[in-house]
Design a protein around this ligand. Structure first.
Ligand SMILES: [Fe+2]
Length: 300
C-alpha cells in the first residue's frame, strides 16, 4: 500500500487545478492531467501450451506502452472454480510472474475463474471462502475497492456472486457491496471523473451483434442488477466502464459513459483469436473527460 500511496501522490503532484472549459455540464479538466492506462483482462494463466512465454511477451508489450497504471480485469488464472487451491498454485505463480514483469502498478479485478475450489471436480471439500485465494495472492484486503489517480476516481467491483444453479455463479452486486459503493461515491466530488471496472459486463451489444436481438445472453454473461449500479452514479461523472469476461473488444457509448469490453490476453482461451479480436489489451489515454482507446495485439 505504501508503494501505491507514493505512486498516486506522485501522479497528483503533476496535475493542475484550473478547469479548461466545458462539455455540456461536465467540466473539462486540463490536458496536463492526462493519464495513460493499460487495461488487460482474461489471462486464463496456465502452465502448458506456451502460455508462460505468451505472458512474458504480453508484459513486455505492456511495458512498451509506458502506462501510469495498469488494471487487470479478471480471470487471471484458468479453472479455479472447479479445482483445489493446491491444483491452482502453479497457475497463480505463472500469472504473478507476468504481473511482476510489469513496471507500472497493477490493480487486479476478480473474475469467475479466480474463485478457487467452489466445486472441486476431484470430489474434495469445497472451500468455505473461494475468494480468499485471490485476495491473498494479490495482496488485497477485499475483492472490491477504490483508489484515486490524478483527478480520477477508480472503482473496482467484484461482480461474481455464487449461485446454486448449474453454472454456480452469476453477475450480481450484492447488498453489502452496493452499500459500500454508495458510501464510496458519497465521498467523491460530483465533478470528479469516475472509472468503474467490472469483470462481468454491465452493458454490451455483443450478443445482439453476434447472435441476433432475440437471443438471451444466457446466465452469468451480464451483471443482472446493472441498472441499480448505474443509478447509483446519478449526479456523478461516470465517464468509463471497463469490462472483461466476453474476450471480445467492444466499445459502446450511453450518454456521457463509454463502456469498453477489453478483449483477452488469451484470445479464444488460448486457441487463437476470438472472431476478429486477437490476443491483446487496451491502451487508454484519459484527458479530462476525453477517452482515447486502442486495442493492441502483443504478437502471440
Ligand atoms: Fe474469461
Amino acid at each position: 500500500m505504501q508503494t501505491r500511496r507514493h505512486f498516486l501522490k506522485t501522479l497528483a503532484a503533476g496535475g493542475l487545478t484550473a478547469f479548461g472549459g466545458c462539455l455540456g455540464n461536465i467540466p473539462l479538466l486540463p490536458k496536463k492531467s492526462r493519464l495513460r492506462l493499460v487495461f488487460y483482462t482474461d489471462i486464463h494463466a496456465k502452465v502448458n501450451g506456451g502460455v508462460p512465454h505468451a505472458l512474458e511477451l504480453a508484459a513486455e508489450a505492456i511495458n512498451v506502452q509506458n502506462p501510469d497504471l495498469v488494471i487487470a480485469g479478471g480471470d487471471l488464472i484458468s479453472g479455479g472454480f472447479t479445482n483445489t487451491a493446491a491444483d491452482m498454485a502453479p497457475r497463480w505463480q505463472t500469472y504473478l510472474a507476468m504481473q511482476q514483469d510489469m513496471r507500472a502498478e497493477v490493480y487486479p479485478v476478480i473474475g469467475n475463474h479466480d474463485l478457487v475450489a467452489v466445486r472441486p471436480k476431484d470430489g474434495s471439500e469445497p472451500s468455505p471462502h473461494p475468494k480468499a485465494e485471490f485476495c491473498s495472492r494479490l495482496g488485497l484486503a477485499r475483492s472490491y475497492y477504490s483508489f484515486d489517480a490524478l483527478d480520477y476516481h477508480f472503482i473496482i467491483l467484484d461482480s461474481i456472486e455464487l449461485s446454486d444453479d448449474e453454472l454456480g455463479y452469476c453477475g450480481f452486486i450484492g447488498e453489502a457491496q452496493m452499500a459500500w459503493l454508495r458510501n464510496d461515491l458519497s465521498q467523491v466530488a460530483d465533478s470528479a471523473p469516475i472509472v468503474l471496472v467490472s469483470h462481468i459486463p454491465l452493458a454490451t451489444d455483443y450478443f445482439d451483434v453476434n447472435s441476433g436481438t432475440n437471443t438471451s445472453p444466457g446466465p452469468g454473461k451480464l451483471v443482472s442488477n446493472a441498472a441499480e449500479i448505474l443509478a447509483a452514479f446519478n449526479n456523478k461523472q461516470l465517464i468509463l466502464v471497463l469490462q472483461g469476461h466476453l474476450h471480445t473488444y467492444e466499445e459502446l457509448r450511453s450518454n456521457q459513459t463509454r463502456f469498453i469490453t477489453g478483449g483477452a490476453i488469451c484470445g479464444n482461451w488460448w486457441r487463437g483469436p476470438l472472431g476478429t479480436t486477437e490476443e491483446g489489451f487496451c491502451v487508454l489515454t484519459l484527458a479530462g473527460n476525453e477517452i482515447g482507446c486502442r486495442y493492441h495485439g502483443y504478437g502471440w
